[in-house]
Design a protein around this ligand. Structure first.
Ligand SMILES: CC(C)(COP(=O)(O)OP(=O)(O)OC[C@H]1O[C@@H](n2cnc3c(N)ncnc32)[C@H](O)[C@@H]1OP(=O)(O)O)[C@@H](O)C(=O)NCCC(=O)NCCS
Length: 161
């Protein structure tokens, strides 16, 4: 599969919202929440007003230029944070790949590239929030994300860069 990765532009913001919704973990036998869940401030903070200083997003595209996934990092503050927050100097990572493209190595490439980008931008670490039942946990552990806390049913994880 010929997948390319490019930097996101303002035209990709709707796609980032789509990806944020798709990234919500729904356990086996659970019902996917309605899209209006994105109105919750703690989720909305991940994408709203995209384009501020420190925002970086990458988009994976197939050979027909269709978007198949995204990864992004963003800085937060105590007053304006989302799940996985550690401090105002550690960006939080979010990602999603469209279902039929999962498990083909695209997420691995996206994490590699975003970690390089984060390092170039001077960040010492990246954090995230994941449900430990989500198979994505294995991917994060391969990239040296370590559990640093528990928030509800999710784990906060951090990888030093
Ligand atoms: C998590 C995700 C972004 C990884 O991207 P990917 O391209 O599928 O990943 P890769 O093929 O590079 O790596 C495979 C790893 O991805 C994860 N993965 C694969 N399919 C997955 C799925 N359907 N759901 C969740 N994670 C999955 C596993 O950790 C897998 O590792 P394993 O082979 O040891 O089981 C992607 O699977 C996805 O979008 N999943 C659903 C949304 C999600 O869970 N987002 C993260 C929220 S914290």
């Amino acid at each position: 599969m010929n997948i390319k990765i490019r930097q996101a532009t303002k035209k990709d913001i709707t796609f980032l919202w789509d990806m944020l919704y798709e990234a919500i973990y729904v356990g086996e036998g659970e019902v996917r929440p309605p899209r209006s869940i994105l109105d919750k401030p703690e989720l909305a903070h991940s994408v709203e007003n995209w384009g501020r200083h420190g925002d970086h997003a990458l988009i994976a595209i197939d050979s027909d230029d269709n978007k198949v996934g995204a990864i992004w990092i963003r800085l937060f503050s105590e007053q304006n944070k989302t799940y996985g927050y550690v401090n105002e100097n550690i960006p939080i990572l979010s990602m999603d790949i469209l279902p039929k493209y999962r498990g083909k190595g695209i997420g691995t490439r996206l994490i590699q590239e975003i970690c390089t980008l984060a390092k170039i931008n001077g960040y010492k670490a990246v954090s995230l929030s994941v449900d430990p039942a989500n198979p994505a946990l294995r991917l994060y552990e391969r990239f040296n994300f370590k559990k640093i806390g528990v928030d509800g049913t999710s784990w906060d994880m951090k990888a030093n860069l």
